[in-house]
Design a protein around this ligand. Structure first.
Ligand SMILES: Cc1cc2nc3c(=O)[nH]c(=O)nc-3n(C[C@H](O)[C@H](O)[C@H](O)COP(=O)(O)OP(=O)(O)OC[C@H]3O[C@@H](n4cnc5c(N)ncnc54)[C@H](O)[C@@H]3O)c2cc1C
Length: 287
């Protein structure tokens, strides 16, 4: 199908983009990498009055070291982040997650900010942002504010961004020393959105106990889910496959995945437990 008619704007400065966003509010969408938006327009699942193309706005892309973290501009292409030596060194969890995002051609165009703002519950980047307690920087004509990842994802394709705001940057803090991570998912075909997936990060202390643990699920709720109780249970314990199995089984009990043609609720919950255990084992083995 053809997209519906809309007004197209191509601002050349952030100020111009913010004014357009403020004028068009809820009736506007941003064209970042277009990997989700263009299909939505073509299928007429999105009917915006205005499309604001961020492609000519300078200063929105880049990967910058911070004191104790890394800042990633919203328009940074997913593939650029995946291949960045800085990200490989300091954002290993994010790099692991990115490997599962569609295919390389999609990651070549898709942006970091686009994936996070789109907030697909089966998307990997939002889960990584949540697991790492990242800070999301939003801008509007009213000014700038920082939103904690834990407060950002509100529900199905819904975020804490106001109708006049743009996501401009993601700020990650450095992971605890010696953290290792793994992202494991099950999809119908390589590159498809996950039926269920889990990302884990584990840091061991000198006594081989778990000093820090992160565990997140995708595809099992209306937004990415952080398994905070499981993380608490893991901290301070000695890793073992049996303990990971028990913790993974317990972590999925509260999940309410959808049932659809691709899998029932019970199946997705079962898959979630298996991928969580495997992700914990894989992260610990490399740690
Ligand atoms: C075949 C296929 C398979 C895919 N598989 C996966 C997958 O397995 N995992 C996965 O995570 N993703 C997958 N994707 C989606 C891909 O990751 C997209 O790149 C991503 O969801 C959206 O990023 P984008 O830059 O393309 O944003 P766009 O499509 O341009 O925009 C998406 C939405 O985000 C909003 N938006 C964009 N940028 C901003 C901003 N800076 N501030 C505020 N709002 C903004 C737009 O208004 C729009 O509503 C797949 C896509 C395709 C086509």
């Amino acid at each position: 199908m053809k997209p519906p008619p809309f007004d197209y704007f191509a601002p050349t400065s952030l100020e111009e983009a913010l004014v357009l966003r403020s004028e068009h509010g809820d009736g506007s969408v941003m064209l970042a990498g277009g990997q989700s938006l263009i299909p939505l327009l073509s299928l007429r699942l999105a009917l915006p009055a205005a499309v604001i193309d961020l492609g000519r706005v300078p200063g929105l892309a880049g990967i910058t070291p911070l004191d104790g973290g890394v800042a990633v501009g919203a328009m940074t292409r997913q593939r650029e982040l995946e291949r960045s030596p800085l990200a490989r060194d300091r954002l290993a969890f994010v790099v692991e997650a990115l490997k599962h995002v569609g295919h390389v051609t999609i990651r070549n165009r898709g942006t970091v900010g686009g994936s996070i703002a789109h907030a697909d519950p089966a998307a990997e980047l939002p889960a990584a942002v949540l697991a790492l307690d990242a800070q999301l920087v939003a801008c509007s004509v009213r000014g700038e504010r920082t939103i904690a990842a834990g407060d950002f994802f509100r529900g199905l394709y819904t975020t804490a961004l106001e109708p006049d705001e743009l996501l401009v940057e993601v700020r990650f803090s450095d992971a605890p020393a010696c953290s290792r991570s793994a992202f494991i998912e099950v999809a119908r075909r390589e590159g498809d959105f996950a039926l269920a997936g889990a990302g884990a990060s584990i840091a061991l202390n000198g006594g081989r106990e778990i000093a820090d643990a992160r565990l997140v699920f995708i595809g099992v709720d209306t937004r990415p889910v952080r398994a905070t109780e499981a993380e608490e249970a893991l901290r301070g314990s000695e890793p073992s496959v049996e303990m990971f199995r028990e913790i993974a089984e317990a972590a999925v009990q509260g999940l309410e995945p959808i049932s659809d043609l691709n899998g029932t609720r019970a199946y997705r919950r079962r898959v979630a437990a298996v991928v969580a255990r495997r992700a914990l084992v894989a992260a610990t083995t490399s740690a």
